[in-house]
Design a protein around this ligand. Structure first.
Ligand SMILES: CC1(C)CO[C@@H](CC(=O)O)CN1
Length: 431
């Protein structure tokens, strides 16, 4: 193939129904990054990074066939980018057979933090467990040492709860009950009430979240005596959206009443300091404007907030390509010392694969998604954001840096009862 090209494969979830079609915004973001790294003279001088991309539809089977097509067709690929958790699991488990590093920009499953199953996996998308230290931090801040868990029976939430239980144990926080449901939360919510649950961590996808909220209204498990932790990456007005086929029996007003005051945690995916220049020279605001322009040209009606799926995660895909370019740049310097080059890689030479692995492992930079660095399991180290619904809208309460155990708190929280809700019924002994 043409001498100065370095090739990587990209698997993006674009079409299809099931799961997360985040490739719609993440592929354009990756291509913007490719443009930017290739226009940098100080990065991979003399080489051009080239991305061969295909659609996985967030289907692991299709993802596997896309991967084989990338690997069984010239030119040789040096690394693979992948999106959804299910596809990333399949690709990352197989990729070691080709000595390929896999970089996932859209995979949140905690199961992927397993170096035995996925020895060459890195993620710019944080694991769903990144919420847990933040939840514990808030429980300690408000003296909640007795909590319950309500979860949807999905793999990502099951493994997140296992991590949360471990951390609660370490923190001396009692888990009164752990209720799970497939799609109808009625019985699970009733069991929460039976156990006098006052502080509850809720883990479910957004459609299930609407069913839970309506059930809380019906069973009166909301208001000043209760604290609910929900996931923060649903769309901002998720509890006011009424979709016919979801069959929610509550009115928007009842949903708002049940939602008032709940707290959310989420991983930060856009660098918060909007005026801060990142490694690309752009601020996250500059990036947003450039991405919006690309998406407008693709036909998305951005002016009317018609965003493609994956818009929130676009910086993760942009930074994934930068991680690859920086790692290859480091590897190229090392290989040149032995008269070798990345062009010599052919899926069999383990030493070049190991060089790429150690280069990515130590790659750290300020990206559009914030500071990019990987843990020993290849997980993204990320900040989390805490919000609360106050008068029907989300208000940022603070940020948490788990690594530094540093909670930035703005003191904006509002408790409907005028004071912090208790985690149990207090029996006052009348003397
Ligand atoms: C925050 C979210 C929506 C979690 O799921 C990720 C997709 C996946 O884990 O398959 C994408 N980002």
């Amino acid at each position: 193939d043409s001498g100065n090209m370095l090739h990587i494969g990209g698997i993006f979830p674009i079409a299809g129904e099931g799961g997360w079609q985040g490739g719609q915004a993440c592929m354009p973001a990756a291509r913007l990054a490719l443009e930017d790294v290739n226009s940098r003279k100080d990065l991979l001088p003399g080489y051009v990074l080239n991305l061969h991309s295909n659609d996985s539809e967030c289907e692991p089977g299709l993802g596997a066939s896309v991967m084989y097509n990338l690997l069984y067709n010239q030119p040789t690929k040096l690394m693979l980018l992948a999106g959804c958790s299910t596809v990333c699991t399949t690709v990352a488990e197989a990729a070691k057979m080709w000595n390929l590093v896999v970089l996932c920009y859209g995979a949140s499953s905690p199961a992927l933090s397993d170096r035995n199953r996925f020895p060459t996996l890195f993620r710019t998308h944080p694991s769903a467990t990144v919420h847990n230290p933040t939840r514990i931090k808030l429980m300690k801040k408000f003296n909640w040492s007795r909590i319950s868990i309500l979860q949807q029976a999905e793999e990502v939430f099951i493994s997140t709860v296992e991590d949360l239980e471990r951390r609660c144990m370490e923190a001396g926080i009692e888990i009164v009950t752990r209720q799970s449901f497939l799609s109808d939360p009625t019985d699970a919510v009733r069991n929460l009430r039976r156990q006098d649950s006052r502080v509850v961590v809720g883990l479910f996808y957004v459609v299930a979240a609407r069913r839970v909220l309506c059930e809380l209204y019906k069973q009166n498990l909301y208001g000043k005596q209760y604290t609910w932790f929900f996931i923060g990456w649903y769309e901002d007005n998720w509890f006011e959206i009424m979709i016919e086929k979801e069959g929610i029996e509550c009115t928007v007003e009842q949903m708002r009443m049940a939602a008032e005051g709940h707290i959310t945690t989420e991983a930060l995916m856009w660098n918060q300091n909007r005026m801060e220049r990142t490694i690309s020279g752009m601020t996250s605001e500059d990036f947003r404007l450039r991405l919006n322009e690309v998406l407008r040209r693709e036909g998305y009606d951005i002016a009317n907030q018609r965003y493609p799926e994956g818009y929130q995660e676009a910086p993760l895909a942009y930074d994934a390509v930068w991680s690859v370019a920086l790692a290859f740049n480091k590897t190229m310097d090392r290989l040149h010392k032995y008269g070798k080059s990345l062009k010599d890689f052919n899926y069999n030479n383990k030493e070049i694969a190991d060089d790429i692995y150690s280069a990515i492992n130590s790659t750290q930079f300020l990206g559009i998604s914030g500071f990019v660095a990987f843990s020993s399991q290849g997980d993204r180290i990320a900040l989390t954001q805490i919000e609360q619904v106050i008068n029907g809208s989300y208000v940022v309460l603070g940020y948490y840096d788990t690594q530094a155990d540093n909670l930035t708190w703005f003191g904006r929280e509002v408790w409907q009862g005028g004071k912090v809700p208790q985690d149990r019924t207090i029996i006052r002994r009348v003397l």
